[in-house]
Design a protein around this ligand. Structure first.
Ligand code: NAP
Length: 169
């Protein structure tokens, strides 16, 4: 069975983005994201795909699946899916063992609301930010913590971080 995971970095108030950009530059979290997702299918909303700087997209060494309602959308080097469910089916058909939903706000909301997610990788950034996109509120009674690791701010990472993985009960 393929595991459906979501991976996200959130501020103290579940902030995830503003003006179609991330709210921080955190090399430690980028490294973690790369380690966890490399070799897998990654599913993202069309806005998140466009928010990735051109030189970094499609995300290398991953099958990029972009979710959009646009029927004529073609993206070089990426697959386009008409729904999250279709994107998940594409990963499963390719023999994927763990597919990652990587944002943004609309796609996280929909995936969690419709109970598609089995595993959650949350990076908690220990600060508050001015944001216009938020991660949905999660009832952690429904989730079981499987690992937790903290890092301290340093010269390259302006905030303390906590990396936690949860499995759905
Ligand atoms: N902190 C983090 O971990 C993290 C991770 C990822 C993204 N982000 C941030 O999140 C923000 C972007 O999030 P967002 O909510 O604005 O956009 P988004 O979820 O990335 O993408 C929205 C787009 O997805 C498509 N879509 C949405 N629902 C759909 C459905 N039911 N069926 C088919 N297609 C559907 C639509 O594309 P069309 O308009 O083409 O139809 C829609 O415009 C940015 O600020 C980004 O930096 C943060």
């Amino acid at each position: 069975m393929m595991v459906v995971s979501a991976i996200v970095a959130v501020g103290k108030n579940l902030e995830i983005g503003k003006d179609n950009q991330l709210l921080w530059h955190l090399p430690l979290d980028m490294k973690y994201f790369k380690e966890i997702t490399t070799g897998h299918h990654v599913i993202m909303g069309r806005k998140s795909y466009e928010s990735i700087p051109k030189k970094y997209r499609p995300l290398p060494n991953r099958v990029n699946v972009v979710v959009s309602r646009q029927k004529d959308l073609h993206i070089e080097g990426a697959l386009v899916a008409a729904s999250i469910n279709k994107a998940i089916e594409m990963a499963e058909a390719a023999g994927e063992n763990e597919v990652f939903i990587i944002g943004g706000g609309q796609i996280y909301n929909l995936a969690l609301k419709t109970d598609l997610v089995d595993r959650l990788y949350i990076t908690r950034v220990d600060a508050s930010f001015d944001a216009d996109i938020f991660f949905p509120t999660i009832d952690f009674n429904d989730w079981n913590e499987v690992s937790n690791r903290k890092t301290k701010m340093d010269e390259r990472n302006a905030h303390d971080l906590t990396f936690t993985i949860y499995d759905k009960n």
